[in-house]
Design a protein around this ligand. Structure first.
Ligand code: FHN
Length: 479
């Protein structure tokens, strides 16, 4: 398929999601008013940026098995490792260098406001001492409780503590699709029994660690059903009415695009994975793009394909400009350390956030339409000669009475055209140094006279203060 055809196909696929995504509701919301739902989602919508942590016994092989080196958290499945052999990794899981203070400090330093850690991934290994199974941290030399240490440290440092929980469980005898290499399973799978086990474990997690979000995953195999998802969502919301639950508790996720394709699906936010949707989904449809920092979720000792700070920061701006949250992953080692390249990149993102966080936290989507962020055209150079400019990359977020234009490639002429803005402008300034920016506004839009040097090499933020609470923009502005 030619590139252009592919682009059209992807756009059509996303467009098909829009009507349903807009209409996305959940059954419990029929008893939860919009005001109550908005109040429950408020901190999450304000937070915008969180740390994902994929950590478990799979960090012991660290991606390597039988001469292959590209595994990670799926190593049991992809390597078809007999479960009895995989269980032996637990004897080597002793993360003595784990320090919850450092984990939380790293997240907070990056400007992240919440943390989602894998309490149990598809391998069934429990990162907390569950009373319902021996397969977990309590059967390792590490006789501590990482979830308790992290949940308490998050509370101390003001981060929201959240947990990931996999519905699919390759280790549990009752999970419906048993693997041929599960040589420790007994009896025949019983999904009612397995659902009771899940509910018991989830009650342990809620009671002991009070997570603010339950981030489900592993919902796609046939033993899990929409009915079971609705029942589980309702059960959990009765245990903790403030709990936020993602859409992977149900069965309607459109693959990695992540948005639910069924208006009756339960779940409080959509979960695009390793991608950013071409546009937002309008008011009331919450979503969060989750991404790795390199190419693996779990620790892989050979993977040095790290995203640059520029990619991370510009992803954050892009996602926020479309009304979404960004959940960025770290994969700690079996010693309990976040890999240094992750720590370094997150520290650089934090430096940018120290200056520009106002444009991200609590921001709303761009009023200009997602495509406005990609402008390519012709401009005059300093001698007045027409000069093709590369596709400008800029995004915009909004707050009542303010627009935040985040410019990735600073215009060489210093002129930045923002067509279509009809709201009267009160003031324009650079977020980095609060220096005023001259502007010229006509009915067609506004031209900003930017200083020669961009305040930031990755994304410079221009704040535009407008008289209207909500920006008025001409429909179909052609930028
Ligand atoms: O299979 C998992 C994968 O290991 C990882 O946890 C990602 C993160 O969202 N979720 C699933 C793939 O969609």
């Amino acid at each position: 398929m030619k590139a252009k055809q592919l682009v059209v196909a992807v756009a059509l696929a996303w467009a098909a999601l829009l009507p349903v995504a807009k209409a996305q509701t959940n059954l419990v919301s029929q008893v939860e008013t919009k005001a109550q739902h908005d109040a429950r989602m408020e901190w999450w919508r304000e937070a915008k940026f969180g740390m994902f942590i994929h950590w478990g016994v799979y960090s012991v092989p660290a991606g390597e098995w039988n001469g292959q080196t590209n595994y990670a958290e799926w190593i049991m499945e992809q390597g078809q490792i007999p479960v009895s052999r995989y269980e032996q990794f637990a004897q080597e899981f002793n993360p003595v260098k784990f320090d919850a203070k450092m984990f939380v400090k790293t997240a907070k330093g990056a400007g992240m406001k919440y943390m989602v850690i894998t309490s149990k991934h598809h391998d069934g290994f429990c990162l907390w001492p569950s009373a319902l199974t021996d397969w977990g941290i309590k059967s390792t030399p590490f006789q501590r409780d990482p979830l308790r240490e992290l949940s308490e440290e998050c509370r101390r440092q003001g981060l929201k503590f959240c947990v990931y929980y996999s519905i699919m469980d390759w280790h549990n005898s009752d999970w419906g699709t048993r693997r041929a290499w599960n040589d420790v399973a007994t009896g025949t799978p019983d999904m009612d029994h397995y659902t009771d086990y899940m509910k018991g474990q989830l009650k342990e997690l809620i009671t002991n660690y009070h997570p603010c979000v339950l981030w489900f995953d592993g919902e796609w195999e046939s033993p899990w059903t929409h009915a079971r998802g609705v029942d589980l969502y309702n059960y959990l919301r009765t245990l903790d009415p403030k709990l936020i639950i993602n859409n992977r508790v149900d069965k309607a996720r459109a693959g990695m695009a992540g948005m639910s394709t069924d208006a009756a699906a339960v779940g409080d936010f959509g979960t695009p994975e390793q991608q950013i949707p071409p546009a937002g989904f309008g008011p009331g449809v919450d979503w969060e793009s989750c991404m790795t920092l390199n190419d693996h979720w779990g620790y892989n000792q050979h993977d040095n394909q790290w995203k640059t700070p520029a990619t991370i920061i510009q992803n954050l701006c892009d996602i926020a400009s479309k009304g979404g949250n960004y959940l960025l992953n770290v994969g700690p080692t079996s010693e309990g350390l976040i890999p240094p390249p992750s720590v370094e990149r997150l520290a650089e993102v934090g430096e940018w956030m120290k200056v520009n966080r106002e444009a991200i936290y609590g921001s709303g989507p761009t009023p200009f339409g997602a495509e406005a962020g990609k402008f390519s055209g012709v401009e005059k150079d300093k001698d007045g000669k027409p000069k093709f400019i590369p596709a400008w990359d800029w995004r915009c977020t909004s707050k009542p009475g303010k627009l935040y234009v985040m410019i990735f490639n600073w215009p060489v002429t210093g002129k930045f055209e923002l067509a279509g803005l009809q709201s009267k402008i009160k003031r324009v300034w650079l977020l980095a140094n609060h220096k005023e920016v001259a502007f010229h506004q006509t009915a067609a839009g506004v031209t900003l006279d930017l200083p020669a040097a961009a305040p930031d090499k990755i994304a410079s933020v221009v704040c535009i203060e407008i008289t209207d609470k909500i920006a008025r923009v001409a429909a179909h502005s052609t930028l």
